[in-house]
Design a protein around this ligand. Structure first.
Ligand SMILES: Cc1ncc(COP(=O)(O)O)c(C=O)c1O
Length: 388
């Protein structure tokens, strides 16, 4: 069968493939990007779910509107204004099937085949693949320990003044864990204005901060409506519900809505109602504070275990998010290292999986600390040490 040009070169995400590996209970996986099941408010959700089925099944099981369940849209908008300081009169919000769909809808609405998108290199595979699937030409800009390197971004824009979009994960970047400081965020916005590029700010980890101070979102400084903000409920409630949102200028949200209608009509209405009621009755901020406490302990456990078992490796302790990005000593090949680590029953993701240039070399690996318990972290890192 001959596939479309759009999809022919697209490979399944290396991480999704790894997650499909046969389940041997002795394997420790540090590869996923999953939140801990301990962080799911399952009991509260079960009570609300029972109530919805009992009292509101006709509405919850019916078709909904594509922009999203109105009370959830309003509540999400209000929370984004209060907690992140984003959303103006001219902005609108659409509920999506995860933050992933925001990238997909933004690509579908704004990019033509062959358009240039500048992004961090390495970056989130799901987004890179979404952009690739619409024929985007990816231009990678390295991170410099503080997110995307702004001098390198300026050079990239000089070389590609035609760039349509800058895709960035400024807070606890996936996979590097880095945070773009405020002056860099301002400069990114100035450069985007100068070169007339749209900024896609992907921010699913913002609320998972364990140390340090919040840095204002790029969207909060957006004066001329060029920033599309992608939010997600995956890491603060649960990823299986597949809910996220885009906050962007109203005309763009209208187009994204039309694009969503041909994708999935609307996001799962039952879960939209459930999340809205959860937010109305429970203190989501307090729930997130408990998640932060859980993940901070795990991040610290992984940092200590790396210090004990991985001599010569280098990493920066991230102030938040779910990942530790570890550079292997002596320019070791991350892909080969992960293959051998799997033989020792520990799974990590090779840095090469996150590169804009597929098949490129990376001496880094990405480790997740939210899903494994502290005991699994110790075992897993000890096995990585043996692999080393
Ligand atoms: C940077 C980034 N953006 C978006 C997503 C997608 O998340 P979801 O679609 O579950 O909201 C992820 C998930 O890992 C991510 O790391």
């Amino acid at each position: 069968m001959e596939f479309s040009h759009r999809i022919a070169a697209l490979k399944p995400s290396a991480i999704r493939e790894i997650l499909k590996a046969p389940s041997d209970p002795d394997i420790v996986t540090l590869a996923a990007g999953n939140p801990s099941p301990e962080a799911f408010p399952a009991a509260e959700m079960a009570a609300i779910a029972a109530e919805i089925f009992q009292n509101d099944a006709p509405g919850a099981l019916q078709y909904g509107i594509s922009e999203g369940y109105t009370p959830l849209r309003e509540r999400t908008r209000e929370r984004a204004r209060r907690n992140i300081g984003i959303g103006t009169e001219s902005d609108d919000l659409i509920i999506t099937s995860g933050g992933q769909q925001v990238v997909e809808l933004a690509a579908k609405t704004l990019l033509n085949e062959g358009d240039t998108v500048i992004c961090e290199n390495p970056s989130f595979i799901g987004a890179l693949n979404a952009l690739r699937s619409y024929g985007a030409k990816l231009v990678g800009v390295p991170c410099n320990g503080a997110g995307m390197d702004m001098d390198a971004l300026e050079r990239a824009l000089r070389e590609h003044p035609e760039a349509k979009m800058i895709y960035t994960i400024p807070t606890f970047q996936n996979p590097s864990g880095e945070v773009m400081p405020l002056p860099a965020r301002r400069r990114l916005l100035e450069l985007a204005e100068r070169y007339d590029a749209v900024v896609l700010e992907d921010d699913p980890y913002r609320e998972l901060r364990y140390d340090g101070e919040h840095v204002p979102a790029i969207k909060s400084m957006d004066k001329d409506g060029r920033v599309v903000y992608a939010g997600s409920f995956s890491k603060i409630i649960a990823p299986g519900i597949r809910l996220g949102y885009a906050l962007a200028p109203a005309p763009l949200i209208a187009k994204m809505t039309a694009a969503k209608q041909v994708s999935d009509v609307h996001s799962n209405l039952f879960f939209q109602i459930l999340v809205e009621r959860y937010m109305a009755r429970h203190d989501l901020d307090a729930h997130i504070a408990r998640c932060r406490a859980l993940y901070k302990t795990r991040r610290d456990a992984m940092n200590l275990a790396l210090g004990r078992h991985m001599p010569g490796a280098e990493w920066i302790v991230p102030e938040g998010g779910l990942f530790l990005w570890v550079k292997l000593p002596g320019g070791m090949d991350g892909t080969e290292f992960c293959r051998r680590a799997k033989e020792k029953k520990v799974m990590a993701v090779p840095g090469s999986a996150f590169l804009t240039d597929e098949g490129g070399f990376s001496d880094a690996i990405r480790l997740n600390f939210s899903l494994p318990t502290p005991a699994q972290i110790e075992t897993g890192i000890e096995r990585l040490g043996k692999t080393l």
